[in-house]
Ligand binder design. Structure first.
Ligand code: GLU
Length: 295
């Protein structure tokens, strides 16, 4: 028995477009892992970043999943409906002094980094220099734009991935104090995902390897909020013809689900699973891969 309780997994797509071959790999892997553990699998629509969301993409994704035989065991949650929960988490963090308001624009951050001799090349994923930290004087009369999590001096954070093995990141030096509520008032992915994984009792997170880099930040947030840390498994990425990761951003084709089995076969192959038997139905293929899944 898992010490975290009965297995609960999720697939959490952002509705920025239809599913593509890459996202189907994560969807299939999370579904198979849940089934192989005789667990529950839920779909959560991560529509917090409203400017990037495409109207109707959530419905389309759910239809595409259903065509592939992947149907949420419970009602589908939309993050756009959960602002009050994210606010409550931010309030709790504020009460413990784990967050602070920040007045910096991107330009301010670049200027502050430049003043320290950190040039663009070296800070391509700009580590926030901590200008608005309370210990540095806070907002100093400037209007608050965003809320940041104060990483503090955690040093290296170690975590384990079921596929990638031992992982580590120094969040303070590699990421810095990260944003939980954006200057445009939108909730950041890091906070929403941590709050919802806990609210939904998720014990196992299975998602694409491109998200692995967020895990240390999410574990820090879980600890600060007194929430459990799920087990993590990051799935291999599907590469496009140019060798780059396939994503909605670089124009990955929406899945043609006239032939769901062919799409599932490709996803299964990416996961190192054996081919389905000839003439199998979608349900038979899924059962075959569940049996082959090494949970
Ligand atoms: N919504 C995120 C995405 O589509 C996935 C979040 C997660 O699985 O943690 O990239």
């Amino acid at each position: 028995m898992n010490p975290r309780g009965p297995y609960r997994g999720r697939f959490a797509p952002s509705p920025t477009g239809p599913l593509h071959a890459g996202s189907l790999v994560a969807a299939l892997a999370s579904w198979l892992d849940a089934r192989a553990h005789r667990g529950t699998w839920v779909v959560r629509i991560e529509d917090v970043d409203t400017p990037r969301c495409v109207p109707g993409a959530d419905r389309l994704i759910l239809e595409q999943l259903a065509t592939c035989g992947l149907v949420s065991d419970e009602a589908v949650l939309h993050q756009s409906q959960r602002g009050a929960h994210y606010q409550a988490a931010l309030d709790a963090l504020a009460e413990h002094g784990d967050v602070y308001p920040c007045a910096c624009s991107r330009k301010d951050i670049e200027a502050a980094l430049l003043a320290r001799g950190i040039t663009r090349e070296r800070h391509h994923s700009a580590v926030y220099p901590g200008t608005c930290r309370p210990e540095h004087g806070g907002l100093q009369g400037k209007p608050a734009r965003a809320w940041r999590f104060e990483v503090g001096h955690v040093g290296r954070l170690h975590w384990f991935d079921r596929r990638l093995g031992a992982q580590q990141q120094n969040v303070a030096t590699e990421v810095g104090d990260f944003v939980l509520k954006r200057a445009d008032g939108l909730w950041a992915y890091q906070l929403a995902v941590v709050v919802d994984d806990a609210a939904q009792g998720i014990t196992h997170v299975v998602r694409g390897e491109d998200l692995a880099d967020n895990t240390a930040r999410q574990i820090l947030l879980q600890r600060a909020l007194g929430l459990p840390t799920p087990l993590y498994l990051h799935t291999p990425l599907v590469l496009g013809n140019n060798g780059e990761k396939l994503s909605k951003q670089n124009g990955a084709q929406a899945l043609d689900l006239g032939e769901p089995l062919a799409a599932l076969e490709r996803a299964a192959r990416a996961l190192g699973l054996p081919p389905a038997t000839r003439g199998a139905t979608v349900a038979q293929a899924l059962a075959h891969w569940t049996a082959a899944w090494d949970a």
